[in-house]
Design a protein around this ligand. Structure first.
Ligand code: ADP
Length: 473
């Protein structure tokens, strides 16, 4: 496990090598200065060994190098200096030493600041709840791995990390059965390790690492529990959805059966009576006409029962309150999180600004949007993942109307579908009930609004739900 981040080539020298190198350089510079008769003023070069000692060994070594360089200069130049007064010569030596010490202090401070930044970076990586490692992608060297990475793969060598990466496969919906290529820009991808049956979220991106190019930081978060919970929640939602649909169907069917049975029985009785009257040789036509009239009255009663049932469904569920249209759309989008993730879809949620306010039954409106989103996801099942587009937009086309639009890039609607879309029990799905859109339209109408479908100009379908922003009595 590598802890320190090397910034420069001289970071690779050991303190011993650096101290020795600095000493040798000071002597060489003094000798060269002496040999050139101090004409060229080589003393500026002392900054190199002083910098080397400070950077690699520390401030004390830097101060020692500065003192050694100044002394070398004083002693070697002593016999040849051209100053009239010895005091001036000593003064120049003191100025030089002060300059050297200032450089030492500045360098030491810079070094400490960089080390602290490193330390903070490494601390974050070590404290985080995920496995993290840094790879030099060009030479395949593992530069850093945190303890969580060690816990995950049991080793922190480049070979073990490479083996681990080779076992990771993208989520089947992305690129089926392909081993992961990690040589891409900063990305987050969901990966599956088939041998351990664990799921990971990999976040990888280039980071600066000293003077090395092509160094990537990779963070692996184990999301197996989250994946399992998502799958369970999705199943649970589906069961709930199915149960709710069946319950609605059963409720409607039993109420209808119960209420309509009576007029139907009466109609059957009157029809029998008409038949018997017509079979009689002296058939009384006025009596037949009167009986048929009674039949008609019973048929109207049955129609009335159906109408009352519709009103009942509308009124029973309608609980208007003042609510934020953006919040309704956001909540519907959140409820669809699981199905969207499963379908590899990113919902484009476009909210209105300022947020429109509605007086409506927010639960019912959320249910309508959830239903429309679910239908859109179902409709796009047969098209390639990369061609799937889904958006939910809130807008205010007119001052007194809020428009919710669910647009998909599915196959669109055939003519028969357009005609029957809102007819109860019309469905093209093998396990569909065909009640969703009929109920959605009833909800829209109960709010004084409308629900309709139109072709999406970019291909697919747009369902539009328009709700008046004033209260419906
Ligand atoms: P179900 O979902 O049970 O079939 P619905 O009333 O919600 O019942 O939908 C009725 C039919 O309308 C669906 O079976 C489907 O054929 C069609 N439909 C609904 N939404 C879409 C859509 N976004 N794209 C294409 N067809 C759709």
């Amino acid at each position: 496990m590598t802890r320190a981040i090397p910034f420069l080539l001289l970071d690779r020298l050991s303190p011993r090598q650096a101290a020795l190198g600095a000493g040798v350089l000071i002597l060489l510079i003094a000798a060269a200065d002496y040999a050139t008769g101090y004409e060229v003023r080589l003393s500026i070069l002392y900054l190199v060994p002083i910098g080397l000692a400070t950077w690699t060994v520390g401030a004390t070594a830097g101060i020692a190098a500065a003192a050694a360089a100044s002394l070398c200069w004083l002693f070697s130049f002593h016999s040849a200096h051209f100053y009239a007064n010895q005091g001036y010569y000593m003064w120049e030596g003191a100025v030089m030493l002060t300059g050297f010490l200032a450089v030492v202090l500045l360098l030491a401070r810079l070094r400490r600041a960089l080390s602290e930044a490193d330390e903070r970076f490494i601390r974050v990586l070590e404290e985080m709840n995920a496995a993290a490692y840094v790879m030099d992608e060009q030479c395949g060297e593992l530069l850093y791995a945190n303890p969580q990475m060690f816990d995950l793969i049991g080793a922190t060598t480049a070979e073990s990390v490479n083996r681990f990466e080779a076992d990771l496969h993208r989520d089947s919906a992305e690129t089926p059965s392909q081993p992961v290529s990690l040589e891409c820009d900063f990305v987050a991808s969901t990966l599956h390790n088939r041998s351990t049956e664990r799921w990971y979220l990999l976040q990888a991106g280039d980071i600066p690492w000293g003077s090395r190019p092509g160094v990537r930081l990779k963070v692996l978060t184990d999301i197996t529990e989250q994946k399992t919970a998502d799958a369970l929640r999705q199943k649970h939602l589906e069961v709930l959805h199915q149960t709710a649909r069946l319950a609605t169907l059963a409720e409607i069917a039993s109420t209808l059966a119960h209420e309509i049975n009576q007029p139907l029985m009466v109609i059957a009785t009157y029809t029998d009576a008409c038949q018997r009257l017509l079979e009689m040789p002296d058939c009384d036509r006025t009596e037949v006409a009167a009986t048929l009239g009674k039949c008609r009255a019973q048929a109207s009663r049955a129609a009335g029962i159906i109408e009352r049932l519709r009103d009942f469904i509308r009124q029973r569920q309608h609980r208007p309150q003042s609510c934020d249209a953006n919040a309704i759309a956001t909540e519907a989008a959140e409820m669809m999180h699981g199905p969207l993730a499963e379908a590899r879809l990113v919902l484009d949620l476009i909210l209105a600004s300022p947020a429109p306010v509605l007086v409506a039954d927010r639960t019912l409106l959320i249910q309508v949007l959830v239903n429309l989103l679910r239908n859109a996801i179902d409709a796009m099942q047969g098209i390639p993942a990369e061609a799937r587009r889904l958006s939910l937009a809130v807008s205010t086309e007119a001052a007194d109307e809020v428009l919710f639009s669910v647009a998909d890039s599915g196959p669109g609607l055939a003519e028969t579908e357009v005609a029957n879309l809102f007819v109860p029990f019309f469905t093209t799905k093998p396990d569909g009930l065909g009640l969703g859109l009929a109920i959605c339209r009833s909800v829209a109408e109960a709010h004084g609004g409308r629900l309709w479908a139109e072709p999406n100009p970019n291909g697919g379908t747009v369902f539009r739900l328009s709700i008046p922003s004033r209260e419906v009595s």
